[in-house]
Structures are given as structure tokens and as C-alpha cells.
Design a protein around this ligand. Structure first.
Ligand code: GSH
Length: 272
């Protein structure tokens, strides 16, 4: 009897072990920078769709090495590692998430007006997302680099964190060059964001709750997450303690009651 029990429990624990191993192998891993609004978009979408995933914060530089190892076509985060492939980019991650069997049935791609939702997502990804990053870094990284470093080292293991702390000056120089940062560039980006906010203000001027149709969609999650660095919503998982540099803070103070930014705050409160 006791031998039977021992064999039975060994078999049972082997099954449990195999199950844990299988779950670990099939659970996707999302690689992110804590500061990145594109990463927030992908992370929010996975959370919203109830996808089980592991989160891995990566350091600047390290993100390129991992992207290469995984076979990503480019270097940028977010990317999602699956068992036998990788998906790079927030829009493709959302599309993949809705195609898996394990999502909770909520949808981010609407049944009607898909093109409208995707067009809004693409425009905010390509324009406001890029220029908001340049607007913020052109002041924060160039003039106050030490205020940016903590969010880049947040949640990193010590051995990954130390090289970022030691090499922060070099990392800032590379980022300045790659994103073309500077006072004048920041002003150019500010004007572009102003125009993009006017576009969203206009879309919302008929009193609609959601940008496309009457349901929360990928258009909403894209606009809200990519504008979130202006609003720093309390529901954002990584922005606690992040502050705007002075000129950006003064500009945001003049924008904060715009319909677009009020809407971002409301959407975060309701859906994040
Ligand atoms: N369109 C892409 C943009 C991603 C992106 O620009 N990521 C930035 C962080 S905000 C990045 O990883 N930059 C570093 C690099 O390109 O190597 C998306 O939606 O995922």
C-alpha cells in the first residue's frame, strides 16, 4: 500500500512538475523599458485581454542584444517572446493577443470600423508617440539627465543596473544622437504634439466616450497610453514618482484641461 502510495505521489508530482514546466515554456515574456509609452500600450493590452505573461525589464543596450538573440527584425521594445517566435511592436502584440485561445474574450479590435481604429492607432504611434518622446527627452535627458536614470534602472537586477548607472553619461549621448534631441528639436516636437492634441480634441468634440464606435478599442488604448507621459496617470504601473522637467511642466499646465488630456485621465481611471 505504502509502495503504491509512493509511486502514486511520485507520478503525481512528476505531472505537476511537467505542468509547471509546460506553463513556463508557454507563458510569453514581454520585454520592456519601464519608461516607454509603447511598452505601456502592449502591457496594458495584455492585461486588458487577460493574457498570462511574464514581464522582463531590460536595460538600454541589453535590449538590443536580446532582440538580436530572439531574432527580432529591429531593436525596439516592446517585444514578446513566445515559445517558438517573437513578436515585435505594440500593434502586432495586440493583434497576436486577440488571436490566442487564452484571452478572456474582451476585444480591442472592433467588429465594425476596423480601418478607422487602426488608422488612429497608426497615426498616434507614428506621430504623437515619437514627438512626445522627443519633447520630453529634449529637456529631461539633455538638461536633467539624473531625473531620467531611476526609471531606466527600475526593477533591473543589480548586475544589469550597475552598468547603466556607471555608463549613464554615454547612454545619454547615444540617445541624444539617435533621437535628435535638443532645445530647438524639443520646440518642433511640442508644436507637432499641439497639433495632434487638436486632432484628438476635435474627434472628441461630439461628446463620444470612445474614439471609434461605442466600445473601448485599440484606438483608445493607443491614444491613452501614448499620451500618458503628459498626464502621468496614477494608474500607470511605472510612472509613480516621475516628474516633468520645468518647461514641459509649464506647457502641460496650459494643456491639462484640453478634452484630449481630460479624456486620457478618464480612460486610465476606467480601464487601467
Ligand atoms: N512602433 C513601435 C515603437 C517602439 C519604440 O519606439 N520603442 C522605443 C522605446 S519608446 C525603443 O525601444 N527604442 C530603442 C531602439 O529602437 O533600439 C511600437 O509600437 O512598439
Amino acid at each position: 500500500m505504502s509502495q503504491y502510495f509512493t509511486e502514486f505521489s511520485a507520478a503525481a508530482s512528476a505531472t505537476v512538475y511537467q505542468r509547471i514546466l509546460a506553463a513556463m515554456m508557454t507563458t510569453p515574456t514581454l520585454y520592456i523599458f519601464a519608461i516607454s509609452h509603447y511598452c505601456e500600450k502592449a502591457r496594458w493590452a495584455l492585461d486588458y485581454l487577460g493574457i498570462d505573461y511574464r514581464l522582463r525589464y531590460v536595460a538600454p543596450g541589453e535590449h538590443m542584444k536580446i532582440a538580436k538573440q530572439l531574432g527580432c527584425p529591429g531593436t525596439s521594445v516592446p517585444y514578446l517572446e513566445l515559445e517558438n517566435r517573437v513578436i515585435q511592436g505594440s500593434a502586432d502584440i495586440i493583434t497576436w493577443a486577440e488571436s490566442t485561445r487564452s484571452f478572456n474574450g474582451k476585444r480591442l479590435t472592433p467588429d465594425a470600423d476596423i480601418e478607422k481604429a487602426v488608422a488612429i492607432e497608426k497615426r498616434i504611434d507614428d506621430i504623437a508617440g515619437v514627438h512626445l518622446r522627443r519633447f520630453y527627452y529634449s529637456e529631461a535627458l539633455v538638461e536633467h539627465p539624473s531625473t531620467v536614470r531611476p526609471i531606466f534602472t527600475k526593477n533591473l537586477p543589480l548586475l544589469t543596473k550597475l552598468p547603466v548607472i556607471i555608463g549613464w553619461g554615454k547612454i545619454c549621448s547615444i540617445m541624444k544622437k539617435r533621437m535628435d534631441l535638443g532645445k530647438q528639436q524639443g520646440e518642433e516636437s511640442q508644436a507637432i504634439i499641439d497639433a495632434e492634441l487638436a486632432w484628438i480634441d476635435d474627434l472628441l468634440s461630439d461628446g463620444r466616450a470612445y474614439l471609434v464606435g461605442n466600445r473601448f478599442s485599440r484606438a483608445d488604448i493607443s491614444v491613452a497610453s501614448l499620451l500618458s507621459p503628459l498626464v502621468l496617470p496614477e494608474q500607470h504601473p511605472s510612472y509613480v514618482g516621475l516628474a516633468h522637467p520645468p518647461r514641459l511642466a509649464a506647457t502641460v499646465a496650459t494643456w491639462v484641461e484640453r478634452p484630449s488630456l481630460r479624456w486620457v485621465r478618464d480612460v486610465y481611471a476606467k480601464h487601467r
